[in-house]
Design a protein around this ligand. Structure first.
Ligand SMILES: C[S@@+](CC[C@H](N)C(=O)[O-])C[C@H]1O[C@@H](n2cnc3c(N)ncnc32)[C@H](O)[C@@H]1O
Length: 206
């Protein structure tokens, strides 16, 4: 693996994902998790501090990047809930069927190359009454912003580890077999609009 992907990218992703605005999003979403939780693309572990230990039994942190897993070490050490790494991508979740109560997807669906395969895996492991909690950036509703997202995307994805600016996250979830129970999209304030349209909500298997 190159130095950029192994050392520089984890630092950049960690900084970008630690902003005050994104931390506020995490603080609203993550305490809703219950039971056995699977985080897909756990990154540097920035959600961990927000889990409620009275409600969360165990967190599996699926994360294919060794650099990101290394970057997460301090947050794993301070985690209020037990955490276990799964060093694989979302397309290969190594858990049995119906073994997860909550799937957490934060700023990850933008990056997973085969999102259809990953969502199939998520559906397989999520028990029928389970919930998928999500907060993801993606395609903006305004045509001008979307045009810029499409223009910038080729360069952006090369610099940002495969992250796509222009995925319509709600449609991806629906095509992946999920029904949106709650959906609250909107622009983050004081954030460039090409990366600041956030899809927040809760989904269940349809
Ligand atoms: C922008 S970061 C977000 C990390 C974390 N979810 C958060 O909220 O801070 C995207 C993460 O997705 C991970 N990733 C890349 N390809 C993936 C894949 N195929 N399956 C799962 N995660 C992947 C990256 O390594 C990175 O840690």
């Amino acid at each position: 693996m190159g130095m950029y992907a192994d050392l520089i990218l984890p630092q950049l992703v960690h900084c970008a994902c630690s902003s005050r605005l994104i931390t506020r999003e995490r603080a609203q979403l993550v305490p809703q998790a219950r039971g056995r939780v699977l985080e897909v693309g756990m990154g540097s572990g920035l959600n961990l501090a927000h889990y409620d230990p009275a409600r969360v039994e165990h967190v599996w942190g699926l994360e294919p990047s060794e650099g990101m897993r290394r970057k997460a070490a301090p947050r794993l050490a301070a985690s209020p809930v037990p955490v276990e790494w799964l060093a694989l991508p979302g397309e290969q979740i190594p858990l049995p069927e119906d073994s997860v109560d909550t799937v957490m997807l934060t700023f990850t669906l933008c990056t997973i190359p085969d999102w259809q395969a990953a969502l199939r895996q998520v559906r397989r492991v999520l028990r029928p009454e389970g919930r998928l909690l999500f907060c993801e950036h993606g395609a903006a509703p305004d045509a001008t912003v979307r045009r810029w997202q499409n223009r910038v995307n080729p360069l952006w994805q090369r610099l940002a580890g495969g992250c796509q600016l222009n995925r319509p996250i709600d449609r991806l979830l629906e095509q992946g077999g999920f029904r949106l129970r709650r959906f609250e999209p909107g622009y983050l304030p004081r954030t460039p609009r090409i990366a600041g349209y956030v899809y927040r909500g809760e989904a269940e298997t349809g």
